[in-house]
Design a binder for this molecule. Structure first.
Ligand SMILES: NC(=O)c1ccc[n+]([C@@H]2O[C@H](COP(=O)([O-])OP(=O)(O)OC[C@H]3O[C@@H](n4cnc5c(N)ncnc54)[C@H](O)[C@@H]3O)[C@@H](O)[C@H]2O)c1
Length: 271
């Protein structure tokens, strides 16, 4: 038996934080292609409005670190559109002042924890208030490979925040499965988005190419993926594995070419 997967999200309402760029925007396009109504929730109104227009969805401004704004986002979407089926809690930052533990000060630590970890707590809680009574829903939180592997070029608060996202998602998954809500975390490897390009630019100017090379050694394939949304989602027999949402082998882009040429192995000792 074959099943049409092209519209498997028909009539679903999805909120995507950080949906204006990178992984979030690629996911928004894919969700929309599969029939979902997508609400792009982002701190950047210019790119947010444009992204929402491109996927035929709605834009709602939000700072995911702000409790009142997060609650207003989820309650407002539920009221306006009647339901929340998917919460993709994906917004994240990787600022320059989050670096080695030896040089990272508390303000940088706190800001990254607020945007990357506290936000996932706030957004998950706000989503659950609607999903639990409905007896269904899917929460997807973006962690990172650094939550599992650590990173040769340290961003101490970022890595700690992503470890927190992964652990929290596991616990929420166990707790809410019986109430019909699935909770999962993604741990992407390097994906060629503005966030990663900024990190490489910074790493190159602040350190040297060795630091840059070390970052590639964090990736088993030693290359980045790029956010991508296939124009036509596949129709797949039910027995086949599901198509991957966005992560495909990448070809080098000019912005990161220096790092993408086959680098020598990193000879730094990884903590
Ligand atoms: N790019 C990678 O290599 C990589 C790897 C692993 C995990 N991630 C994670 O994936 C997620 C998406 O990253 P990306 O690479 O697509 O980055 P990106 O910079 O392309 O997109 C991040 C989006 O989040 C928004 N945002 C930032 N702070 C916000 C806030 N306080 N409130 C609301 N929105 C805010 C930005 O405006 C932007 O649209 C992040 O959580 C990131 O940590 C990225």
């Amino acid at each position: 038996m074959s099943i049409d997967l092209t519209q498997r999200l028909r009539d679903r309402v999805a909120i995507i934080t950080g949906g204006a760029s990178g992984i979030g925007f690629a996911t928004a396009k894919r969700f929309a292609a599969e029939g979902a109504f997508v609400v792009i929730a982002d701190v950047d109104p210019t790119t947010g409005e444009a992204a929402a227009a491109e996927v035929g969805g709605a834009f709602r401004p939000v700072d995911v670190a702000d409790e009142a704004k997060v609650n207003a986002l989820f309650d407002g979407v539920a009221e306006e559109f009647g339901r929340i089926d998917i919460a993709f809690n994906n917004a994240g930052i990787s600022p320059a002042d989050d670096d080695s533990i030896e040089t990272t000060e508390l303000p940088a630590w706190d800001r990254v924890q607020d945007v990357n970890l506290k936000s996932v707590y706030l957004c998950s809680r706000a989503a659950l208030r609607h999903m639990v009574p409905a007896g269904r829903g899917s929460i997807i939180n973006t962690a990172s490979f650094v939550a599992l592997l650590g990173s040769a070029t340290s961003q101490i608060s970022y890595t700690a925040s992503k470890g927190g996202v992964l652990a929290m998602s596991r616990e929420l998954g166990v707790q809410f499965a019986r109430q019909g809500v699935r909770v999962n975390a993604l741990c992407p490897g390097p994906v060629n988005t503005p966030l990663l390009q900024e990190l490489f630019a910074r790493t190159r100017s602040a350190h040297d190419d060795v630091s840059c090379t070390c970052r590639w050694d964090d990736s088993p394939s030693r290359r980045s993926s790029r956010p991508r949304s296939p124009s036509s989602p596949p129709t797949t027999p039910r027995s086949s594995p599901p198509a991957r949402s966005w992560s495909t082998a990448a070809s080098p882009t000019p912005t990161s070419r220096r790092c993408e040429r086959p680098p020598p192995r990193c000879d730094r000792v990884k903590a």
